[in-house]
Design a protein around this ligand. Structure first.
Ligand code: CP
Length: 333
């Protein structure tokens, strides 16, 4: 086992200044706290493949009302790496007393008393946002709430960029989806990027543009932030835009069934990331990274990109453990 610089890790945890707080939005932390969290994440990379008894006895409870692979398992991994314990309820609609018509508020009132931290994923963002009122002093983390926000996904993707470039400021990023209304990871990421000084373009069909609160939040609180929308691309114009960017961020989309399926498929085709675009830019000395937040579906990007240095989607996975360790540690204090 590597000897850890424990004093410097403790100092980095204190530097974030987030002990005992809930993380429900990417806007729950200041810019300074986000950067301190990234610096803590760097230190914790030393610990992300082993178990360290930093928080023996602490319990993180995971309540997942929607399916998950990465968010649920990386929080489990992170808490285990920190030496704590995890309770997981991953089918509460069938295996908890929610199945007996218990309210979410009653459930949370109880579970909060077992937990040092709770992570909630829920399909109804209004119900989830109301949940904060029922957890008492137990910090609550948003693990993906409805179509509103998925801030820890944004944390890990921001952190991956921070590790790649050493900064967020000045990066050019397009956040693109055929459906930016429902793209909760995109909502969190666009705000985090713009707040930290990136130049952000949100690309989508105008009919499925990002909810106005995403842009309004940023413009109100960070008037000099660079964030704009661009609409109604076709595959050629979209790939032309991509070729000028440092990253293409794909928050994914839910495939539409029934009579609108063909229209949706055509729209996906308009926002398809071609590997030839990235290859051509790379040959000219410009790297365009591609992150898909996963899970992805066929037709969103050329899977050949996975075998190129442009892909960040899988490179971000181990970073997700380090940054979720950092988040848990900064809340546990
Ligand atoms: N990106 C993400 O949230 O993945 P999961 O749904 O598997 O957690």
């Amino acid at each position: 086992m590597t000897a850890l610089p424990m004093q410097s890790i403790k100092a980095a945890i204190n530097e974030v200044g987030f002990a005992g707080q809930s993380f429900i939005s990417i806007n729950s932390m200041t810019n300074e706290q986000l950067i301190s969290l990234f610096e803590l994440g760097k230190k914790l990379e030393l610990m992300n493949r082993d178990r360290w008894d930093l928080y023996p006895g602490a319990i993180t409870t995971l309540l997942f009302f929607q399916p998950s692979t990465r968010t649920r398992m990386s929080f489990e991994t992170a808490m285990n790496r920190l030496g704590g314990n995890v309770i997981v309820e991953n089918s509460p609609a069938t295996t908890s007393s929610i199945a007996k018509e218990e309210s979410l508020s009653d459930m949370l009132r109880c579970v909060a008393q077992y937990s040092n931290i709770m992570v909630l994923r829920h399909p109804d963002s209004d119900a989830a946002r109301d949940a904060v009122n029922y957890v008492g002093d137990t910090p609550l983390i948003n693990g993906g709430w409805g179509h509103w926000e998925h801030p820890t996904q944004a944390l890990l993707d921001l952190y991956t960029l921070y590790r790649k470039f050493g900064r967020i400021e000045g990066l050019k990023v397009v956040v693109a989806s055929t459906d930016m209304i429902e793209a909760r990871t995109g909502h969190s990421m666009a705000q985090g990027l713009a707040r930290l000084g990136a130049e952000v373009t949100i690309a989508s069909p105008k009919a499925r543009r990002v909810p106005s609160e995403v842009i309004e939040n940023i413009k109100k609180n960070y008037p000099s932030a660079k964030i704009e929308e661009a609409f109604d691309f076709n595959r050629k114009s979209f790939n032309e835009l991509i070729s000028t960017q440092d990253e293409v961020y794909l928050p994914g989309c839910s495939a539409v069934a029934g009579e609108n399926a063909e229209t949706f498929k055509k729209s996906m085709d308009d926002y398809f990331v071609e590997h030839e675009t990235l290859d051509a830019a790379r040959e000219k000395g410009h790297m365009v990274y591609v992150t898909h937040t996963l899970p992805r579906r066929a037709g969103e990007m050329d899977l050949a990109i996975d075998d190129t240095p442009n892909q960040l989607a899988f490179e971000s996975i181990l970073h997700s453990v380090s940054i979720r360790m950092a988040l848990l540690a900064s809340i546990l204090g």
